[in-house]
Design a protein around this ligand. Sequence first.
Ligand code: GAL
Length: 356
Amino acid sequence: MKMISRRDFLKASAVVGATAALTACGGGDSSSAASTATSAASTASSAAASGSANIGICIYQFADNFMTLYRADLEEYLTALGYSVTIMDGKNDQNTQTEQINTFLQQGVDVLIINPVQTTSAQTIVDTISPSGIPIVFINREPDKSVLDSYPEKCCYVGADARQSGTYQGELILATDTEGDINGDGVITYIMCKGDPENIDAQYRTEYSIKALEDAGKTVNCLYEYLDNWDQTLAQQDVANALAQYGDQIEVVFCNNDAMALGALQSIEQAGRTVGTDIYLVGVDALAEAVQAVVDGRMTGTVLNDDVGQATAATEATKMYVEGQAVEQYYWVDYVKVTPENAADYLPADDEEEEE
Ligand code: GAL
């Protein structure tokens, strides 16, 4: 039997999910939605009328594993709609990204999709773009609601609720044989590898993974929280140091994403520790390498950060802006828990090329 790849599986479910989400969000008050659509339609670009559009995309950093998947999806889906797509690398520098936005404004794009370098700069980004009237789809890094409110009907956010991913990480630990307490001392002792500190994904994953343990009545002990900026190499170094410093005290390594979990895994194995036996390790994203590690028993679990679902929703929102339809402020895509039992379903298929 042919295995369906994570990507094919997600594509099928995401299209259904995103359509449902967009319909549901817009479905509350049809008369006001219709009038908004009419007013928005009157300002729709001439490019839309001719069936095409120019879309500018700003990614915070190309050297980010998850955003690499996400931007490839965006390019594929938007191009399939016949749009012309330009994607810029912000190189993790807000000034660089701001220059790229200014260039897009000079070129006169129809919609901007923005993954901000600094979420705290989102208001400045909106203030820069709003005089042009160009709609903005913020992705992946959630700005304050006040930012979206400041550019009504022209600005939305597509993302996933990071609290859910944190909760799932905690639940993955609770599902282990020892419920996270390997040494049986009544306390779950852990370290945490965190993404960039101003990112709500990092904040919520850090908070809600532990909250899930506490809500289940567990006592926890945090040895240290490392600031690893989503980065594999930084996490590898920090976890190596942590293992040298704390040794067997560490029962769980929580990582806010899989890139850091893969770095942690290298150090765990180099230190002669065995995931599932004397230490637990969880991440988020469901990168192919991490899912393989879950299948092989080298990671306790991960959480699917649905790039396909989010890119599908962002593409839908972009299309609606291009066509002058009413767009909601928020589009949410669910996370999915990836466990030792279901991980094989999320592996890329070997024969993916043939299946296309
Ligand atoms: C998160 C993702 C991380 C990283 C980050 C960038 O949602 O889990 O791996 O890509 O976004 O903002």
